[in-house]
Design a protein around this ligand. Sequence first.
Ligand code: ATR
Length: 275
Amino acid sequence: MKTLYAVFGDPVGHSLSPVMHNAAFAALGMDCEYHKFRVTKDDLKEAIHGAKAMGFGGLNLTIPLKEKALRLVEPDPLAEAVGAVNTIEFRGNSIIGHNTDGVGAVNSLKLSGIVISHSNVLLMGAGGAARAVAYQLASKGARVTIANRTPKRAVELAANVSSVGRVEGTGLEDLASLVEQSHIIINTTSVGMHPDIDQTLVTEDMMHAGQVVFDLVYNPLQTKLLKEAKKAGAITVDGIKMLVLQGVESFRIWTNAEPPVDIMERAVRDVLGKQ
Ligand code: ATR
């Protein structure tokens, strides 16, 4: 009998996780299938326990369920520190919560040949995505500055993450000089996301050659920020890498199999290319 996997979210219609994981299962000849289900926060507990009762192999969680799940499962230390769960593992009688978002982001940079330790990283945004990324970058030895439209959120996030590394929080007022001083610039805000595709917080004149610019937004794939970065001669990393590499870590947790990363990435890029 097939082993089922799923992503829960609300909304979840546009999730690319099924395409990515089903491509991996097919490539490895595994008798597994991955689906998406719309689950509200109120129904999350029943949905997780229902999946466990039905013998699901594992789950992903997306907006707006990641934070709520923390209190419904046994979080591992990383998920606990980040304050959010994006991957659920059914292990014996236990329901374990993991967070692979930050690892996905850091591996996106590493696989592009970028050294994180001792780098100055400018992280724009202070929401859920920023939290996972900031925690992972700081614990890998980067010097992280979180810049956010609402400075208070950046300062609070920096204080939370400062137990694992060097992190400061600030507003967007001095963005030009922060960009100038950074080796790596990461956008975790929704600026530039469809339909506002002509927006960017950082423009060509603020960046220079040799910098690395990583946009977590993958809709569109070539955001205004990445286009401006290319014009400035910067190295760019698009949001598909993180989407795929967080999925790769989930796949490892569930299956103990080595995920076919290139096949997963191609499956997602094919779908996005057709949209
Ligand atoms: P996620 O969990 O995906 O990170 P979120 O928690 O809603 O989403 O966070 C969105 C981030 O994008 C926030 O940092 C938000 O800034 P505020 O904290 O000030 O709201 C940022 N953001 C959204 N729209 C923005 C805009 N037009 N300009 C600057 N920052 C913006």
